[in-house]
Design a protein around this ligand. Structure first.
Ligand code: XMP
Length: 510
């Protein structure tokens, strides 16, 4: 199988690059530069390598470098931004730093030839983000593009199949970015495009059918996209040897628990166990108002409930998890602060011993997981489900969580989501929900004064949830949601819209 290595030098676009390559039907994997040696690269038989950007300057002593012999390994390389400068530096060129030639944003680039720019017009728009630039390309290289302030916006040594671009072909602002990547992959590396996520899923199913033969497998199904797709995929491989335990902690959105049950119970040939643990969670949460305490209680109780159920099931050999590729990459970087607990539900469970772990989605990006889900027949509402925090509505009910407050929030949230969906917004928000604040406010209904909850509506637009913009929802949608919530949900007197971005706010209120 053709395989591209995205060698990560600390840039922010490593995952985007790999996804763009996969979009061209070629498998790509990301490795931090410090995690793979040149001999390992050679042994892996990569078809091509892409050096990513990075925040550093090649002359900083602390900046990431690599064995220059990689340039002579006979593997085609495309360097992007810092990766381009690093290639120039390693091959004996000169990189300079000059504030007055730094470029940021959309920039007109002029190309003068070379395999990378086949089919790309002489003049087009690219995305630049750099201060350093290549002031003198290495011997054997020629300049193939420039901009008004960057004399070498692209270079190549065609003999050694080494290519570099100062700009970012992977971002959509670069008009011909996909064409440039395609030229590298197909034109330079000679790829034929032998990868598709559907074939990959079929192969994975077959793989697991062999690997898990005769084993009893347990999966914690949250109803989120990842664990649902993992369940459907493994059930195709091993059928009734898979048991999915769905812990309904009572903190799900309106009708959500039933939807998960309806999707999986009696379908896919797996064993589905729903544990209705609402009471158990609510009694643990009684009187607790501190957000972190709430999270901790829910995480711990989840493990206890799961363990209790697992013990009832008898022999279990393998624990399956819905880990996806971004989780794997983040753990590879050793940056545990950014690893989310969505998939492994806080490290399940250490009192039951398993001989192995199955992670059938560990090579796939989120959009690919969704495609596999669709292919396996998981309903649209589930495959396209927006992210939902593990602690559920507990972090959207400010203060103490009670059954009454949850009921109010569930109704308000369902109305808001319905109205956003009904508005058919072209650039729909990536996450949108209601929050039940801990504030009550005076209202008037008919002739009577009311004193009800203030509900806050939140909608954000984001790529990665690390930063997010509040979404400019159409006022009519907000108006309809507000009027319906105050009219239809008993106990709400006022609705407000949250216009804070992240940072400084977070997406969730707690
Ligand atoms: P924040 O609030 O940190 O949210 O800006 C970023 C994204 O993460 C989700 N989120 C969580 N997911 N457990 C989860 O599984 C949590 O405790 C949690 N807190 C936030 C949030 O919904 C958003 O998508």
């Amino acid at each position: 199988m053709e395989k591209i290595l995205v060698l990560d030098f600390g840039g922010q676009y490593d995952q985007l690059i790999a996804r763009r390559v996969r979009d061209q039907h070629i498998y790509a994997e990301i490795k931090p530069y410090s995690a793979i040696s040149l001999s390992e690269i050679k042994d892996e038989g990569y078809t091509g390598i892409i050096f990513t950007g990075g925040p550093n300057s090649v002359y900083d002593s602390a900046s990431p470098h690599y064995d220059p012999a990689i340039l002579d390994a006979g593997i085609p390389i495309l360097g992007i931004c810092y990766g381009d400068q690093l290639m120039a530096y390693m091959a004996g060129g000169t990189v300079s730093s000059a504030e007055d030639s730094s470029e940021y944003g959309k920039t007109v680039v002029k190309v003068t030839g070379g395999a990378l720019f086949s089919g790309v017009p002489e003049e087009s728009v690219c995305w630049m983000s750099h201060t350093d630039y290549i002031s003198s390309p290495p011997q054997g290289f020629r300049t193939t593009a420039f901009t008004a302030s960057c004399p070498c916006a692209a270079m190549c040594d065609e003999g050694r199949k080494l290519y570099g671009v100062q700009f970012h072909p992977e971002v959509t602002h670069t008009e011909y970015g996909n064409q440039i990547l395609r030229n590298f992959l197909y034109g330079v590396c000679g790829c034929t495009g032998d990868w598709s996520v559907e074939d990959y899923a079929e192969r994975t199913i077959e793989d697991y059918r062999q690997k898990l033969k005769g084993k009893k497998v347990l999966l914690a199904l949250s109803g989120g996209v990842d664990s649902s797709v993992a369940a459907a995929l493994l059930s195709r491989a091993i059928g009734s040897d898979l048991t999915c335990v769905f812990v309904d902690h009572g903190l799900l959105r309106k009708d959500e628990g039933d939807m998960v049950e309806k999707t999986f119970k009696g379908h896919y040939g797996l064993n589905f166990v729903r544990v209705n643990a609402q009471e158990r969670f609510l009694s643990k949460l009684a009187g607790v108002t501190d957000p972190e305490k709430k999270r901790k209680i829910i995480g711990e109780e989840f493990i206890r409930v799961f363990e209790d159920e697992a013990k009832k099931l008898g022999r279990l050999d393998v624990l399956a998890q819905g880990t996806i590729y971004p989780d794997v990459i983040e753990s590879g970087k050793g940056d545990s602060a950014v690893i989310k607990s969505h998939h492994n539900v806080g490290g399940l469970p250490d009192v039951i011993s398993f001989e192995g772990i199955a992670e059938p989605l560990r090579d796939l990006f989120k959009d690919e997981v969704r495609r596999v889900g669709t292919m396996l027949g998981i309903p649209r509402e589930l495959v396209w489900r927006q992210p939902f925090p593990g602690p559920g509505l507990a972090v959207r009910v400010m203060g103490e969580v009670t059954a009454e407050k949850l009921a109010v929030l569930r109704e308000a949230d369902a109305i808001f989501r319905e109205e956003v969906e009904r508005a058919g917004i072209e650039n729909a928000p990536d996450q949108y929900f209601a929050v039940l604040t801990d504030t009550r406010s005076v209202g008037v209904m008919g002739d009577a004064r009311t004193y009800g909850y203030v509900v806050a509506l939140r909608a954000v637009t984001t790529d990665d949830f690390m930063t997010a913009e509040w979404t400019r929802l159409p006022l009519e949608a907000l108006e309809r949601a507000s009027s319906r919530i105050t009219n239809e949900v008993h106990g709400v007197s006022r609705v407000v819209y949250d216009i804070s971005s992240k940072p400084p706010a977070t997406v969730e209120w707690e």
